[in-house]
Design a protein around this ligand. Structure first.
Ligand code: V47
Ligand code: SF4
Length: 353
């Protein structure tokens, strides 16, 4: 890594597109990791966060059928499923009884028939029974779809969802913003510009969100950097992003195929994200996708969060994830301690519990 970039980072100066590209092209992974760890510790000391949560995917039926997605099905296709609100509540009862969860993470397909009321009832029924559980639900792609089926503006959709129990939003659906790659990956999905517009509307409505980037498929280094810079620009304006999560592409059972990302690329991407996204408080090493061991090492490469207990994970496991589907609180704290960091159990808003 050049002394120039290192000195810039240490002086608190912002990295340019050119700087970020040159970091991706460098093989000096040790210097990169050390620098990113330095910045992570400036922001969060030695804390590494985790949350006791549960993932639920209400349906895998989706009208988009993205070419990298092995989770989705068309209506009537073998393997397609739909959960009733009672089934969702029952999953939460079991999880809460066993673990006292503080967050439910819910994302799913764009169902061709479910009315807006299904989503409103789902939120309000969950809140009625589990007032202490934060609901983190709906990607920007789903919010755009909900606005269409409800006939409401983006702003009014956000207000209605918030009133009925939506606390915050996950960062999915961002994929890669650059148009030509996005068109190859997911031609039916909203554009990168629209994804950013939905997130801006969420932030304006007082809903915090995360942001993601799917990497390791057809994109170039320049496409990744473009993605990061566009997120940084929106964060400058709204401050509404809580965490950034690089999502490593899994190739099994997908239309585009290809390879798993390498461990080196995973660590580089975490570290460069930490350095470029100077206005994000948290970088998450999502252990489901990185695997337990790379995500542990990522805690020394700029990440400060492992996500959580998860319990059930379908999206990545449909595409060949090799991790478990859930981890216990003890397993998470063990990984964090053995990385020399301090485990901090957090709520959905990064308050220590
Ligand atoms: O939007 C789909 C991705 C995302 C594949 O905000 C794939 O805290 C890899 O966004 N290989 C959903 N990734 C998951 C997501 C997420 C996960 C954990 C935490 C948070 C958060 C958000 O999964 C989708 C898409 O980008 N995805 N297929 C695949 N084959
Ligand atoms: Fe549908 Fe999301 Fe899968 Fe795309 S990634 S097919 S929008 S579930």
């Amino acid at each position: 890594m050049s002394e120039f970039i290192k000195n810039k980072v240490l002086a608190g100066e912002r990295l340019t597109k050119q700087d970020a590209v040159s970091l991706f092209k460098s093989d000096d992974i040790f210097s990169l990791g050390r620098l990113a760890n330095n910045i992570a510790e400036k922001k969060n000391d030695k804390s590494a966060y985790f949350i006791v949560n549960r993932h639920i995917n209400p349906t895998n039926i989706c009208v988009n059928r993205c070419k990298f997605c092995a989770f989705s099905r068309s209506k009537g296709e073998f393997g397609a499923y739909e959960l009733t609100i009672e089934e969702i509540i029952e999953k939460l009862r079991v999880a809460n009884c066993e673990l006292r969860i503080s967050e439910v993470h819910m994302v799913g397909g764009l169902h061709p028939d479910w009315p807006f009321e299904y989503y409103i009832n789902m939120l309000s029924e969950i809140k009625k029974e589990f007032s202490a559980i934060a609901i983190k639900a709906f990607t920007a792609v789903e919010i755009d779809y909900l606005s269409k089926i409800s006939g409401l503006s983006l702003a009014d959709t956000m207000v209605k969802l918030k009133k009925n129990g939506l606390d915050l939003m996950p960062g999915g659906g961002a994929e890669i913003f650059v148009e030509d790659v996005r068109n190859k990956l997911c031609p039916e999905k909203i554009s990168g510009d629209r994804w950013l517009e939905v997130m801006e509307a969420a932030h304006m409505a007082g809903i915090k969100t995360n942001a993601t980037m799917l990497y390791g498929h057809l994109e170039s280094i320049e496409d990744r950097v473009d993605h990061l810079l566009r997120l940084r620009e929106l964060q400058d304006r709204t401050g509404g992003f809580q965490a950034f999560i690089p999502l490593s592409y899994h190739p099994r059972n997908t239309e585009i195929g290809g390879f798993y990302s390498s461990g080196i690329d995973d660590l580089k991407t975490i570290a460069i994200s930490r350095l470029v996204l100077d206005n994000f408080d948290h970088i998450k090493a999502y252990w489901i996708m990185l695997g337990e061991k790379i995500s542990q090492v990522a805690l020394l490469f700029g990440a400060d969060d492992l996500d959580g207990t998860i319990i059930e994970e379908k999206i990545t496991h449909s595409a060949g994830a090799m991790s478990e589907e859930g981890m216990t609180r003890e397993e998470l704290t063990h990984l964090i301690r053995k990385a020399g960091k301090i485990p901090v159990q957090r709520d959905a808003f990064y308050n220590a519990i």
